[in-house]
Ligand binder design. Structure first.
Ligand code: AMP
Length: 332
């Protein structure tokens, strides 16, 4: 049975190999199964990450180009930009009334972000605390029944299910479909500095648009141990994980076996091999990316948002009439 799937990437720029293996490949698989997929550029969510003004519009187009270059988009999936569907923000406001602060404060991603940024309680923005409410509105606005997420996002989808049930119960109507968590094999792609997660803000990424020379020099720079044997250092583990993801299985297995045999110093050779595999992986994505024009990408997003607005406007109408908000001016 086909499902209505929704997921997103934030408009924070610099889409990387971590996003590719952690998200994009799953999006491609769900699209290939003929599901009705909605993939959006989360520009409003990105606002919790940026201090000051960034060119959110051009970053959004850049993220949309990455979707298209990875073969996600029309006619198989709907691509749109979050802020182009104002109904989502309106729904988030309405949902805000059935969500308790206590519940939002228990959110692990919220606690992590507050800790990582060294914020005191009084310095936390509502945007950061309310992130799961906006995410719930994203999901509920298209009545999605399947939300592919990694382990770290399960809590957000569980909150969405609870908010949807609470709304239906409070207003005595089944306005919302209760979405299912679709737990993906949680691939966590390490950074080229050996840290556990490749991430934009950590400066440890291989971007999908990196040229071959940058890819080679980044991979050659992975801080591996002097020679194989014993427990792997973080950097060596990262090298192996990247090779497991990006190189053919038999090549990866050869290097695993050579590590076990302590077959001399081969990390330089292994890195050169991995670099060529990554260059080959990125080449077709970059070729497709380069021929995309900004105006055609904007049109794809605009057309997607028109479709989503129609769906979201109906859901918002149902919400408003359940609550008793019937001004008659909406959708003008
Ligand atoms: P973002 O928009 O930056 O939050 O990320 C988009 C998607 O990429 C999310 O589903 C993330 O979980 C995933 N992602 C980001 N970095 C990594 C990583 N290093 N390993 C695996 N998945 C990642």
């Amino acid at each position: 049975m086909t499902k209505r799937v929704i997921s997103a990437m934030r408009a924070t720029g610099g889409v990387h190999v971590g996003n590719y293996y952690g998200a994009i490949i799953q999006f491609q698989q769900l699209q290939a199964l003929s599901n009705e997929c909605f993939y959006f550029v989360a520009d409003l969510h990105a606002l919790t990450e940026v201090a000051g003004v960034i060119d959110i519009d051009s970053v959004s187009v850049e993220v949309a180009k990455h979707y298209l270059a990875c073969l996600l988009g029309p006619p198989n999936s709907i691509l749109y930009r979050q802020s182009d569907v104002p109904e989502v923000s309106q729904m988030a406001v309405l949902l805000g009334n059935i969500v308790s602060l206590g519940r939002l404060r228990t959110c692990t991603t919220f606690k992590d972000r507050v800790r990582n940024r060294g914020l005191a309680e009084g310095e936390v923005s509502y945007g950061l605390l309310g992130y799961p409410v906006l995410m719930s509105a994203d999901i509920l606005s298209v009545r999605a029944d399947c939300v592919p997420v990694g382990q770290d996002q399960i809590q957000h989808v569980e909150m969405t299910r609870d908010f949807a049930r609470a709304f239906n119960r409070t207003f005595g109507r089944d306005v919302f479909t209760i979405p299912e968590v679709n737990l993906q094999d949680a691939v966590r792609v390490p950074g080229i500095d050996g840290s556990e997660k490749m991430g934009k803000s950590d400066g440890n990424t291989i971007r999908l648009l990196d040229d071959p020379e940058s890819v080679r020099s980044k991979i050659l720079g992975i801080p591996t141990q002097a020679e194989p044997g014993g427990d792997m250092t973080k950097g060596t583990r990262a090298l192996y994980k990247l090779m497991e993801l990006c190189s053919p299985k038999e090549i990866y297995e050869q290097y695993v076996e050579r590590y076990q045999r302590q077959d001399g110093k081969f990390f330089g050779e292994m890195k050169r091999r991995l670099a060529e595999d990554v260059v080959a992986l990125l080449q077709p994505i970059q070729d497709r990316y380069r021929v995309l024009r900004d105006d055609e990408v904007r049109e794809v997003l605009a057309s997607g948002s028109r479709t989503v607005r129609q769906i979201a406007a109906e859901v918002l109408d149902d919400m408003c009439s359940a609550i008793g908000l019937t001004s008659g001016n909406r959708g003008v």
